[in-house]
Design a protein around this ligand. Structure first.
Ligand SMILES: C=C(O[C@H]1C=CC=C(C(=O)O)[C@@H]1O)C(=O)O
Length: 410
């Protein structure tokens, strides 16, 4: 088994205690290996590593990850005086988009600080060294350069996808592009988290093993037997004035292309959840999710699980939804490999946390970048339909890159 696990020879000793409200969670993060999952000031931050595993690629990777966690957390000695979802030990995780790509990772942190629904708690695993919180460091000037495809090349890929869709090969495909950013000084992940959370409070600001972003798309919240997902697809960039905004939103609401694109994504989530659930919320009209950079069609879906599936079992059924893959899935994935000219790595894969009960919250890793020293690889993609216009899709992708560009540049 190709596993790198740290500190797993002894059973983990875990202690969760209730604490007074810690205030701004992000202000407590040390610079090294910060983990985060925060929305509207609530959520979980963590640091240190009690255990880490590189999940082997393959079709069963989510089941493999579930079993690894069950082994390591099943042996743990847990003292938990709060007993809420997310208390006791947990793992942060981030999976590659493509099951055959290595790079999926689970990390069990040494220290976890969290606040949710009027509870605040601190969990230690083993004996973490106290976190020295140093001042945030600024990365200096940022330079951008094309990565896999230039903008004109990517537009040609979009045009190609449109031809395939019109030839009847598929209904929808999500095409993404990457962009390189190079900073003058090493990038402090905490600074990115602060900026993302402050400007995009409605999104889930996350950090897991170098992947950092603020995603608006909740793949699954799993609490007990209840599951909740927020499906997004169908997008318009924000306007330059309130009246421009109104005109754009009206255009989104009457766009058959965007409604169809959204319907594909909703259907993929409903189809994946239906066999796992004894109850599923009825179909409904999408609502609008307005963010500082874009407006999305959004559909919340809730359900009750029929048996004891963990968050990772549900993710195994859901990923990739048609918000990041396409319809039908297999044809779309083949076209993505053919046209994007890059490996998505962990972009558009599941990212989040899971606790020892199998509860957790996972987003789709969008509006994010992979940070490595002075380098960041940023990603953005768009749903391509029969009547997609390559120039409009490029503009939409640029708008989706804005959160990470803001996080880097301020
Ligand atoms: C693939 C991305 O967004 C997806 C999620 C919401 C809306 C989307 C769209 O309208 O194209 C995409 O399906 C991305 O942000 O990189």
């Amino acid at each position: 088994m190709s596993v790198v696990a740290l500190g797993t020879t002894q059973p983990l000793r875990v202690r969760t205690v209730a604490i007074p409200d810690p205030g701004d969670l992000l202000a407590h993060l040390p610079e090294h290996a910060p983990h985060a999952w925060i929305r509207h000031g609530e959520g979980i931050i963590a640091w240190g590593e009690a255990a880490r595993v590189n999940v082997p690629p393959g079709p069963d990777r989510f089941a493999w990850a579930r079993d690894w966690l069950a082994d390591i957390l099943g042996d743990a000695h847990i003292h938990d005086e709060v007993r809420q979802p997310g208390t006791g030990p947990l793992a942060f995780g981030s999976f590659t988009f493509d099951p055959d790509t290595p790079g999926s990772v689970l990390v069990i942190p040494r220290a976890i600080l969290a606040r949710r629904d009027g509870h605040a708690w601190y969990t230690t695993i083993g004996d973490p060294t106290p976190a020295a919180v140093t001042p945030l460091r600024h990365p200096g000037t940022i330079r951008y350069s094309d990565a896999a495809l230039t903008a004109p090349q990517w537009q040609r890929a979009v045009a190609h996808a449109v031809t395939r869709i019109n030839a009847g090969h598929l209904e929808k495909v999500v095409l993404a592009r990457d962009l390189n950013a190079t900073a003058e000084h090493p990038i402090d992940v905490r600074l990115l988290l602060h900026r993302l959370h402050q400007r995009y409070p409605e999104c889930y600001t996350f950090s897991c093993a170098g992947l950092v972003g603020a995603t608006p798309e909740l793949l699954i919240r799993h609490i007990g037997d209840s599951v909740h997902s927020l499906v997004l697809a169908g997008t318009i960039s924000r306007g330059s004035s309130p009246s421009d905004d109104d005109a754009r939103t009206a255009a989104l609401l009457t766009s058959d292309k965007d409604r169809h694109e959204h319907a594909c994504a909703v259907q993929s989530v409903r189809d994946a959840l239906a066999p796992l659930c004894k109850e599923l919320s009825p179909p409904r009209d999408p609502e609008l999710l307005t963010l500082p950079n874009v407006v999305h069609f959004a559909t919340p879906i809730t359900g009750r699980l029929a048996d004891g599936a963990s968050a990772l079992d549900v993710i195994a059924a859901l990923h990739p939804t048609a918000a990041v893959g396409g319809t039908p899935t297999t044809t779309a994935l083949t076209l993505i490999r053919e046209l994007e000219g890059m490996d998505r790595d962990r972009y558009a894969g599941p990212v989040g946390w899971i606790d020892a009960r199998g509860d957790g919250e996972w987003g789709i890793a969008l509006r994010c970048g992979h940070i490595d020293g002075t380098h960041a690889r940023l990603f953005a993609g768009c749903g391509i339909m029969a009547d997609s216009d390559p120039a409009a899709e490029l503009a939409e992708a640029q708008a989706k890159l804005r959160p990470m560009r803001y996080a880097l540049e301020g």
